[in-house]
Design a protein around this ligand. Structure first.
Ligand code: CUA
Length: 312
């Protein structure tokens, strides 16, 4: 969070430090008064042998009530009002949007993210964006409340059922920024990661164009078998592979699965081995996830993996 990678992130970081030092000063002053009060009371208790405790409490307070009003109400009120005004100024400066930002829809699901681009490209758990350009994210949810949070880009907003939440994001240099669902959404909330990859604009254009294309035709007998099995088995009931008869919408779109770095929203790195294990029993990697253990034989799983790993 204190390693900002965008203008908005730097504004929030500035605000964060101001509030941090104000808080430190308040803690120091209050602790000072507390210690002074303890010391004074002790000194008084020890100076007179037959002191009546009630008398101490009825004694006039030094500086009178005015001190209480100033130190107890006016100064805290001033600090809070000042911090509030400064926060408003910073928030008002944030989210300045280009005339025609790239609009990307990020749909929260239990427990993964669906990412939809205007040209028809659909992916999951990884958002690629062009460096230096404003990207307007729409944040609907397919089920419960999730929260989209990428600390280095200082963007965080909830996906709320029925609400039209929007968020604009700009990365000022290329890089990979890890994000995480920040609203408890059930058993696998902790395994609901998202990766934001900021790339040069021309590379992004090539990527998003490729991502919108239908899936590659299978190469070789194993992959052809794999595609046939995928279409006939229950896989196709939940997953879409554009260009095939698999058009399910419950799980992530797998049209360009081999392009992605992880499986199960960051739960394991994507390799042929981890993919085979995930298909065989997803409950092992991600207990509670909607995908059931497979009904396929190990040979059929291998064929499906051979097909899926070709889908770049
Ligand atoms: Cu989604 Cu927590």
């Amino acid at each position: 969070m204190l390693d900002p990678r965008s203008d908005d992130a730097r504004r929030v970081e500035g605000l964060w430090w101001v509030l941090f030092w104000i808080s430190c000063a308040v803690v120091a002053v209050v602790t000072g008064f507390l210690l002074a009060a303890v010391r004074r009371r002790r000194a008084e208790l020890h100076s007179e042998d037959d002191i009546d405790e009630d008398d101490i409490d009825r004694r006039p307070v030094p500086w009178g009530d005015r001190f209480v009003v100033i130190a107890g109400a006016a100064i805290p009120g001033g600090i809070l009002a000042g911090s509030f005004a400064f926060s408003l100024v910073v928030l008002n400066d944030m989210g300045s949007v280009d005339d025609r930002p790239l609009e990307v829809e990020v749909v929260g699901h239990t427990w993964w993210w669906e990412v939809r681009y205007p040209n028809g490209a659909v992916t999951a758990n990884e958002i690629r964006i062009p460096v230096g350009e404003t990207v307007q994210l729409a944040l609907p949810t397919a089920d419960v409340i999730h929260s989209f949070w990428v600390p280095e880009l200082q963007v965080k907003k909830d996906h709320i059922p029925g609400a039209d939440n929007q968020l604009s994001v700009v990365a000022d240099h290329a890089g990979r920024f890890r994000g995480q669902c920040a609203e408890f959404c059930g058993l696998q909330h902790a395994h609901m990661e998202i990766l934001v990859v900021a790339m040069p604009a021309d590379e992004f254009d090539d990527w998003v164009e490729r991502e919108a294309e239908p899936a590659a035709e299978p190469q070789g007998a194993a992959a052809e078998d794999g595609r046939r099995i995928f279409e006939r088995a229950s896989c196709a009931g939940c997953h879409t592979i554009r260009g095939t008869s698999a058009e399910g919408t419950l799980g992530p779109d797998l049209t360009h699965l081999a392009d992605r770095e992880t499986l199960g929203a960051g739960v394991v790195r994507l390799t042929p081995e981890s993919l085979a294990a995930f298909i065989t029993d997803p409950q092992d990697d991600k207990p509670g996830v909607s995908m059931p253990p497979t009904e396929l034989t190990p040979d059929q799983v291998d064929a499906v993996v051979a097909y899926l790993t070709e889908l770049e």
